[in-house]
Design a protein around this ligand. Structure first.
Ligand code: ADP
Length: 291
């Protein structure tokens, strides 16, 4: 079992943007969801953990070792799938994976072939291995990204917004792959998609504007909100008034009519009905609420 321990991490860019403000997180083996809207600071945090960028303050330890002081040690156990990665469109998945494997030091041909084939099977790309990467779908590209990230058998795997743009089947397949890997790896999944975390993660953190708003088990966070969410169908024109009076955390459309979800410790009556809390409510209550 491994643990990633982040303590009081801060990062301010040269333009004055405070991308991370005193972040502390404990991330055990398993799938950890880092949830936050665009601009929250997720990529900055991922890049610092991947030792591609340095924090101004704070310490990150992986299984007790300070990663900033031992960058090479961390890189040896790291698999990283960045938000955008380039692929050579005119060569096949198999050829590129072999090439990347050589760059990572897998010089023994037989050994390399075994590893590459195993990864192609694991990521469900074996039958497409001879196809040029330029013809791959979004999901196939992401799975290839995972295959290359797994070449060194990582203990820490970071995937940055991997499911954006995938269709439901591909997303599902990608989720299954991640949860399989998380059985003995620290996997950090950075995402702005609530469902990614809901379906997959045993632990999570919600971050916004460089700060950790909530950290823990998704189900516990949902349970804590149970009984505090009320909904009501309203007219569109009424929305500003409701926003003034209530803590509106979500607006949805049902059959074209707006339905608002509010956060309230007591029953507000006035036509509101109690409704089940889900991770979406947890997320929106953190991002938009004052709770
Ligand atoms: P996320 O991945 O959650 O979308 P980022 O870490 O990319 O968030 O960005 C956090 C904040 O830092 C944003 O306000 C973004 O504009 C800013 N930022 C990110 N990278 C840089 C950079 N290289 N220089 C200046 N500001 C940056």
């Amino acid at each position: 079992m491994h643990t990633l321990e982040i303590t009081n991490l801060s990062k301010t860019y040269a333009n004055g943007v405070q991308a991370l403000q005193n972040i502390s997180l404990t991330i055990p083996t398993g799938l950890f969801g880092l949830l936050g809207p665009n601009g929250a600071g997720k990529s900055t945090l991922m890049r610092i953990i991947a030792t591609l960028q340095e924090a101004d303050e704070g310490v990150i330890k992986f299984s007790g070792t300070d990663i900033a002081k031992h960058k090479n040690a961390l890189r040896k156990v790291l698999g990283y799938l960045p938000q955008q990665f380039g692929l050579y469109p005119k060569i096949s998945a198999e050829v590129l994976l072999h090439h990347l494997a050589v760059l990572k030091g897998l010089t023994n041909k037989r050994n390399r072939k075994e590893i590459v084939n195993a990864l192609l099977h694991k990521t469900n790309l074996y039958t497409d291995r001879k196809k040029n990467l330029g013809g791959f779908s979004g999901g196939m590209k992401q799975r290839f990204g995972i295959a290359q990230a797994l070449l060194t058998n990582p203990k820490l795997l970071i995937v940055d917004e991997p499911t954006a743009g995938l269709d439901p089947t591909e997303r599902n397949r990608f989720h299954n792959l991640l949860s399989q890997l998380a059985e003995n790896t620290v996997v950090i999944l950075s995402t702005h998609i609530v469902d990614d975390v809901k379906e997959l993660c045993t632990n999570m953190a919600i971050i916004n504007q460089g700060k950790v708003l909530l950290q823990g088990n998704p189900q516990t966070a949902i349970d804590n909100l149970q009984g505090k969410i009320y909904q009501k169908a309203i007219q569109k024109t009424e929305l500003p008034d409701y926003k003034k009076e209530y803590e509106v955390i979500a607006e949805k459309l049902f059959l074209g009519k707006p339905i608002i979800h509010i956060l309230s410790d007591t029953n507000p009556n006035n036509g509101f009905m109690p409704t089940q809390a889900g991770l979406e409510e947890v997320y929106f209550a953190q991002i938009f609420g004052t709770a």
